[in-house]
Design a protein around this ligand. Structure first.
Ligand code: GTP
Ligand code: MG
Length: 239
């Protein structure tokens, strides 16, 4: 289920629907036979050591590793999920938390449709830094990017430095969703990604509806010819 390739962040569109074409230009045969309806690009950010890579490893392989191998630059994994009868391919970018990779990782914000902000409930500092990660998002990501706050390592209750309530309050302050997770004990990891994906899908479908209002019986006749659907829409295999 894993596929890896180099992706140029500059070529990834801002948080928009990624058109899925059956004739997509791709050298990869598997890519040509599209097995999904939507492609969502997600991003994991947060201090080094909070468990971003482990969360993604749990989500993509349902496994866990206790050795800490700090991410160098950026990496990604793929998992396709089913949401209300639609196949959603999640391309999840895992960023390095270390400061020295900030230039590289920041380049990936722009293409993200959803961002997971992760802290470690046993590290107060990683929680305090969430406000700085939020600022990074505000400065570099699309204005309408979906965000979610995760307090990871929640099975380590005896080492806890950040109460669940503080996590909840911070999320309310930013108007985003919050969950405590454990990559190790496999708590809420699937739930978190499914929630973020569902929020993106809902927002996207609302936007598509607004662009294509259903034809009712009592609508006023348009004065001008209705605009043609954008080319990417006609290419989309949903229509
Ligand atoms: N107890 C516990 N340990 C965890 C959990 N998630 C991750 N860890 C451990 O925390 C350490 C750091 O995890 P990583 O996933 O590599 O952290 P990261 O956020 O990717 O760090 P960078 O790549 O440097 O940004 C590793 O030793 C993991 O085993 C968890 O849910 N519970
Ligand atoms: Mg990592």
């Amino acid at each position: 289920s894993q596929s890896k390739s180099v992706d140029d962040p500059a070529s990834t569109p801002a948080a928009t629907v990624t058109p899925v074409s059956k004739k997509a230009k791709s050298s990869n045969e598997a890519e040509m036979a599209k097995t999904y309806d939507y492609l969502f690009k997600l991003l994991l950010i947060g201090d080094s050591g909070v468990g971003k890579t482990c969360i993604l490893f749990r989500f993509s392989e349902d496994a866990f590793n206790t050795t800490f191998i700090s991410t160098i630059g950026i990496d990604f994994k793929i998992r396709t999920i089913d949401l209300d009868g639609k196949k959603i391919k999640l391309q999840i970018w895992d960023t390095a938390g270390q400061e020295r990779f900030r230039t590289i990782t920041t380049a990936y914000y722009r293409g993200a449709m959803g961002i997971m902000l992760v802290y470690d409930i046993t590290q107060e500092k990683s929680f305090e830094n969430i406000k700085n990660w939020i600022r990074n998002i505000e400065e570099n990501a699309a204005a309408d990017v979906e965000k979610m706050l995760l307090g990871n390592k929640c099975e380590l209750n005896e080492k806890r430095q950040v109460t669940r309530v503080r996590g909840e309050q911070l999320a309310v302050e930013y108007g985003i969703k919050f969950m405590e997770t454990s990559a190790k004990a496999s708590i809420n990891v699937d739930d978190a990604f499914f929630t973020l994906a569902r929020d993106i899908k809902c927002k996207m479908e609302k936007r598509m509806e607004a662009n294509n209002p259903p034809k009712g019986g009592h609508q006023l006749k348009p004065q001008v010819e209705p605009r043609k659907a954008p080319s990417w829409l006609s290419k989309c295999n949903l229509f």
